[in-house]
Ligand binder design. Structure first.
Ligand SMILES: C[C@H](O)[C@H](O)[C@H]1CNC2=NC(N)=NC(=O)C2=N1
Length: 97
């Protein structure tokens, strides 16, 4: 899977307003009502990760979830990261397209 160019990443990010690109990865932060809702989303995301065989660097404090996605082999961002970001969005923002 080849690394996407910065231009390509920025173009794709127009569809992902929660996400930004820096340090060779795409990053987002989500806030939930409480820890239970946050951890529930993390559990659902974990199943998607297993299905896609692609896994986030993530960090949780109480109701905040911070996620970074990159593709290790490519040393940067590939379409696999956007596929997982799309699955994550469907879980955390189910009402948005
Ligand atoms: C062998 C296996 O395909 C790789 O280690 C997968 C697993 N999950 C992964 N997750 C992420 N975020 N990037 C990867 O490059 C990656 N590689």
């Amino acid at each position: 899977m080849s690394k996407l160019s910065e231009d390509d990443i920025e173009k794709r990010l127009l569809q992902f307003p929660d996400w930004e690109y820096y340090d060779d990865a795409i990053h987002a932060e989500f806030e939930f009502e409480n820890f239970k809702d946050c951890f529930s989303a993390m559990s659902r995301i974990a199943f998607e990760c297993e299905a896609l065989n692609h896994h986030p660097n993530w960090f949780n404090v109480y109701n905040i979830l911070t996620i970074s996605l990159s593709t290790h082999d490519a040393n940067g961002v590939t379409s696999r990261d956007f596929k997982l970001a799309e699955a994550i969005e469907a879980i955390v923002e189910p009402d948005e397209e």
